[in-house]
Design a protein around this ligand. Structure first.
Ligand code: NAD
Length: 353
């Protein structure tokens, strides 16, 4: 196992929250006695401004020479009207995901007891702690399936899955469930779609190797409804690229703020860790961003790519503590509550590690 990370702060609030994550990284390095080699690179609008391309050659080389990538966020109004291949989103982030062959997306969603009032769901629905993980297939399905066509009169996409593509993501979900509450809900549309019929069949086959994990199947329309009606029933949600894109944003919404939610995209070798939210241009440069999503993304990186499980646990414990103690950035504060800045939040998380 190597020790090199590429740090790509990107645009908007990205550099601000990445600074706080690095502060936290240095704190756990000191406490747990390890050291990662850090090299910073350009991506997104920041890279366009300096090099003319959202994913310059130096960043590609840096990413491929690293063991993991910690990304801030990309994009902003200034770069909204560029051609797709030169845009921060497609030419930058999607190109990076493709370069690294990332086919697994992990999105944990937790509703903290103390932040229930930030959630749009009622206290009756949130009668316990929501703690679910969406395992989304990221590299196949309808977003990439060929053929695709678009004319002024007709358009189509192809939703295609091969057995091995479903197998590899199903293994990830069952293994994740073993470390959690032991339940996988596989979400598909097997009553209508052929690709979903195969999906369900393969998930059942893979489940034979994980008899200790409970498996249930749910149609995606029902899953969207159940997330609102009873999110407590879920542990691991396993689903396709398209359904996962939608359901993981829905699960983020029930948590109240994007500023709390980390994510990981995993491939064969080099993994990418980033907050679930975007570059938040509305609050960029104001010291208002919540750095917790970035800091929890760091925790995911430390345990997934570097087996620094104690350091990751210490970060999560500190986040739990500061939330319980009432430290709030603006996005998670109720009216009348004191608000602290991005860097003060980073400092207080370091203090309790
Ligand atoms: P956004 O996630 O940036 O912001 C949505 C809302 O959430 C805003 O009100 C924002 O202030 C708030 N928010 C997000 N993160 C926050 C944080 N850490 N702390 C406090 N509040 C936070 O989504 P958007 O406004 O639709 O998009 C803005 C830009 O971000 C666009 O250019 C979009 O393409 C880009 N984007 C990038 C990524 C990525 O880098 N992975 C993901 C989504 C959107």
């Amino acid at each position: 196992m190597g020790n090199k990370i590429a740090v790509l702060p990107g645009d908007g609030i990205g550099p601000e929250v990445v600074d706080e994550a690095l502060k936290v990284l240095h704190k756990v390095e000191d406490k747990f006695g390890f050291k990662l080699e850090i090299e910073k690179g350009l991506i997104g609008g920041a890279a366009i401004e300096k090099t003319g391309h959202p994913l310059p050659e130096e960043t590609r080389k840096l990413a491929l020479a690293s063991d993991a990538i910690l990304l801030g966020s990309i994009g902003g109004p200034k770069w909204d009207n560029l051609a797709p291949e030169l845009s921060p989103e497609i030419g930058g982030l999607l190109a990076l995901r493709k370069l690294l062959n990332l086919y697994i997306n992990l999105r944990p969603a937790v509703v903290y007891e103390e932040l229930k009032d930030s959630s749009p769901l009622s206290a009756k629905v949130l009668s316990g702690k929501v703690d679910l993980l969406t395992v989304r297939e990221l590299a196949h399905g309808i977003y990439f399936g060929q053929p695709k066509s678009l004319t002024d009169e007709e358009a189509f996409d192809t939703m295609i899955y091969k057995r091995e593509e479903v197998e590899q993501i199903a293994h990830v979900a069952f293994q994740a469930a073993r470390k959690r509450k032991g339940k996988v809900t596989s979400v598909d549309k097997a009553n209508v779609l052929s690709s979903s019929k195969l999906w369900r069949k393969v998930v059942i086959d893979v489940h034979q190797q994980y008899k200790d994990v409970e498996l249930e199947h749910m149609y995606v329309d029902n899953a969207a409804m159940q997330l609102m009606l009873n999110p407590l029933q879920f542990d691991v949600i396993l689903t396709t690229n398209l359904f996962g894109d939608i359901l993981s944003d829905e699960s983020a919404a029930i948590c109240g703020s994007l500023g709390m939610l980390p994510s990981a995209s995993l491939g064969a070798e080099i993994n990418l860790f980033e907050p679930a939210g975007g570059s938040a241009p509305d609050i960029a440069g104001m010291g208002k961003a919540n750095p917790i999503a970035q800091i929890l993304s760091l925790a995911m990186m430390l345990e997934t790519s570097f087996e620094q499980n104690d350091a990751a646990a210490a970060i999560r414990k500190s986040v739990d503590k500061i939330i319980a103690d009432g430290y709030r950035t603006g996005d998670i504060a109720m009216s009348g509550e004191d608000v602290i800045s991005t860097s003060e939040m980073g400092d207080v998380i370091c203090k309790f590690i």
